[in-house]
Design a protein around this ligand. Structure first.
Ligand code: SF4
Ligand code: SF4
Length: 310
């Protein structure tokens, strides 16, 4: 079963797949409690809700025994004009990655159910997750042997690097499980040193200082202490990933036509971004993950980037 699931995931187009036993994440529960209690989650108060479900998938999805974790490489072949307001690479694609991953995960689920029965999943409960708050996806990827969580708090897969989307399928059936691999950050601190807002320390992220959070989740104006530190980033931030030596070694352009880029993202200069209207935003980014940020937030960020260029 273990091999069937992993081979099927690869044949459906995922770049890697691993399987972990569903159990309580006791270490993470302790760490997350401290992190939330210290306010480092910023306005993401939803992270404090359903805490038990978040740290134990068996409470989130009754009957869950195994966690199938899949990765999809999104490292783009072509990048933006470097002087333009920057968009994080994960958001380049014309079709929102949530849609792409969910469709592939659904196909994987269908294949598993047709071979091992429809009871393989808990019917009536959501059991398929992409970038979803109640699941600690990076930790499950680590437990499923797909890499380690680097000091920049992202998953690093040996062979793909950290530019990967993570998808989760929770199963009611038991199988063999993959073994975790040891972290390979060693004494490196490049991501910590490169972070323009000093959001990283000791493998933890202070979301309140992170450009990704400030330009996406934060609903208020970007605090003035950070306006000059966005380093050109208008939506998300790839700085800590870009400097990671493992990404320099392993990140290769993805081969997924479903993730083909919005051409405007690659071609627009600063003036084109400055002139973006609400109407054009809705047309150009109709199916893209950028739409989730909203026109107002993106436009506000672009103005901050342009007005604080050093
Ligand atoms: S995403 Fe950017 S701001 Fe956030 S930790 Fe990484 S380098 Fe720092
Ligand atoms: S930059 Fe260095 S410390 Fe940071 S995640 Fe990569 S290897 Fe680890």
């Amino acid at each position: 079963m273990h091999n069937f699931i992993k081979n099927m995931a690869l044949s459906l187009g995922f770049d890697a797949c691993g399987i972990a036993k569903a159990e309580e994440l006791t270490e993470d529960a302790r760490f997350m409690k401290l992190w939330i209690d210290s306010g480092q989650n910023g306005e993401m108060s939803y992270l404090a809700r359903n805490f038990e479900k978040r740290v134990d998938p068996r409470i989130l999805v009754p009957g869950c025994k195994s966690i199938v974790v899949v990765l999809l490489n999104y490292f783009p072949e072509n990048k933006q004009i470097s002087s333009s307001p920057q968009i994080a690479k994960y958001a380049y694609s014309e079709v929102d990655y949530h849609t792409v991953l969910k469709e592939k995960l659904k196909s994987l689920e269908e294949q598993i159910c047709s071979k091992y029965g429809s009871d393989s999943v808990t019917q009536g409960y959501q059991h398929l997750f992409v970038d979803s708050a109640p699941v600690l996806e990076r930790r499950w990827a680590e437990r499923a042997g797909l890499g380690w969580i680097g000091k920049h708090t992202q998953l690093i897969h040996p062979g793909l690097g950290s530019y990967t989307f993570i998808g989760i399928l929770m199963l009611r059936i038991e199988t063999d499980y993959d073994k975790s691999i040891l972290p390979h950050c060693g004494n490196c601190t490049r991501c910590i040193d490169a972070c323009p807002t000093k959001a990283l320390s000791n493998g933890t992220l202070d979301a309140r200082r992170c450009i990704s959070y400030l330009t996406i989740e934060n609903k208020n104006e970007i605090p003035s202490e950070f306006k000059t530190k966005l380093s050109g980033n208008a939506l998300g931030c790839d700085i800590c990933a870009d400097v990671c030596p493992w990404n320099k070694k392993w990140a290769i352009p993805h081969t997924h036509p479903e993730l083909s880029p919005v051409k405007e993202i690659l071609n627009w200069d600063t003036n084109s971004w400055h002139l973006l209207s609400n109407e054009n935003f809705n047309v150009i980014f109709k199916k893209s993950a950028i739409k989730r940020a909203g026109f107002g937030k993106l436009k506000q960020n672009i103005n901050v980037v342009i007005n604080n260029k050093v």
